[in-house]
Design a protein around this ligand. Structure first.
Ligand code: LLP
Length: 419
């Protein structure tokens, strides 16, 4: 689970981007999210280059910024020439503050309020509607271009909560209603610019994307034909997974690009769709493995059944293990070569579900050790909360010398908005 040059053992301690995790924990305190800027760039370039090498038209990589909206992370991707997938007014505003021009932002909200629609339109982002009445409200808000999120009847994902296509999903306009949606949009005076889908998250098998892309192209073809629409972009969504567990095979991006672009190109040809931009929306793939969550061991507790390492990060800091049963690899950064034992890694939240890892083999853990939780860059800080009245943690970016990109909250911050 180490990655040479990124996360590796140096002089007996774990390091990220060449910086010792124990020193980082000492300097900035814990719990602490630490992100490597280089790794964000590498991930972005790897997937963009693979898709560009296959597709002859334009490629737009919309970073699904719900994964991590820190402005410093957004700025890296802005400089790389990326685009944004935003789901809320806050995300649109974050992207703008990070320097993205409105034409690089696609807003895909769900259950969108009228106020939010107005805010997004006022900021100039393109709206991807999720329902028929969304079109009316977009027109009322003074919107111009539009895209429609289609439910292509196909879904996939690492957990039921993360499957966003198919019969049980709340998202999108059912594919049978697509033509009607575009006709309605045009009648309302809106200009169709794109079509979109997103089938789910955490998909490691490129073959899962192919039937969805095929379906999408068929729907796009019908819309082009029957509603007389020419697409500027066709967006195949995000969902590209990463190997969280040791032994899991990473997605082969070249293979992914080859399969997906072949289905895309074949669809364009078969349905006479011209050469629109191929848009995609990776979130996790770009940022998950860029970040470690560092946490300090407060106590080691033996029961007749388990050994618990009690740490200062809980599901208030990293929700994924408690919410989805997700696996995050845990290193003992202070003792990477110690004798391996079996531990539960328990957070400070007063709930028994607050375990970052269960029955996990980890080199000997001692009070005061620094543990590093891997792959915490996506849906980590973004899903953190103040539950149990614990202030939010700090975030550090390594781009040269490590620097805070978000200060740790103080106790006072907990009371700031209470009246
Ligand atoms: N595009 C749309 C429209 C989405 O709804 C999402 C994720 C993405 C792109 C990016 O998906 P990704 O490439 O990151 O899989 N909190 C969950 C993930 C929820 C994702 C929701 N939508 C987790 O921690 O696994």
């Amino acid at each position: 689970m180490t990655v040479p040059g990124h996360v590796e053992v140096r002089d007996g301690n774990l390091a990220i981007a060449g910086h010792d995790c124990v020193d980082l924990a000492e300097e900035f305190g814990t719990p602490l999210y630490v992100t490597s800027a280089d790794r964000v760039r590498e991930n972005y370039r790897r997937i963009r280059d693979a898709v560009e090498a296959e597709y002859g038209g334009g490629v737009r990589v919309h970073y699904a910024c719900k994964a991590n909206t820190n402005l410093s992370v957004l700025r890296i991707l802005e400089k790389e020439g990326g685009h944004i997938d935003a789901v809320s007014l806050g995300e649109v505003e974050s992207a703008l503050r990070a320097g993205f021009s409105p034409d690089r932002i696609l807003y895909t909200g769900t259950a969108v309020s009228t106020e939010e629609m107005e805010g997004v339109v006022a900021r100039g982002a393109t709206v991807n509607v999720d329902s028929m009445d969304g079109l009316e409200r977009l027109a009322e808000a003074g919107g111009e271009g539009f895209s429609v999120r289609i439910n292509p009847e196909v879904g996939a994902g690492h957990h039921d909560h993360c499957i966003t296509g198919g019969p049980d999903s709340k998202f999108g306009v059912w594919e049978d209603d697509a033509v009607e949606a575009y006709k309605t949009g045009k009648e309302l005076g809106l200009e169709p610019v794109g079509i979109h889908m997103h089938i789910g998250s955490g998909i490691l098998d490129a073959d899962r994307f192919v039937p969805a892309v095929e379906k999408m192209m068929e729907v796009a073809g019908r819309v082009a034909d029957e509603a007389d629409v020419e697409f500027e972009f066709i967006d195949i969504g995000g969902g590209v997974g990463i190997p969280y567990r040791p032994g899991e095979t990473p997605l082969d991006v070249e293979d992914f690009a080859e399969k997906v672009v072949t289905a895309f190109d074949d669809g364009l040809e078969e349905h006479s769709l011209g050469k629109p931009a191929l848009a995609m929306e990776p979130g996790r793939y770009l940022v998950a493995d860029t970040t470690l969550l560092l946490t300090r061991v407060s106590t080691v507790k033996e029961t007749p059944f388990h050994t618990f390492a009690g740490v200062d990060a809980g599901f208030n800091t990293l929700l994924r293990p408690a919410m989805y049963g997700s696996y995050h690899h845990v290193f003992n950064a202070s003792n990477p070569d110690g004798e391996v034992g079996e531990y539960g890694v328990a957070g400070p939240v007063c709930e028994s579900g607050d375990l970052l890892a269960r029955d996990r083999e980890i080199p000997e853990i001692r009070r005061g050790d620094t543990l590093a939780v891997r792959d915490a860059g996506a849906y980590g800080f973004a899903m953190a909360s103040r539950y149990n009245s614990r202030p939010l943690p700090a975030e550090v970016l390594i781009a040269g010398e490590p620097r805070l990109m978000r200060e740790r909250e103080s106790l006072d911050d907990l009371f700031e908005r209470q009246v």
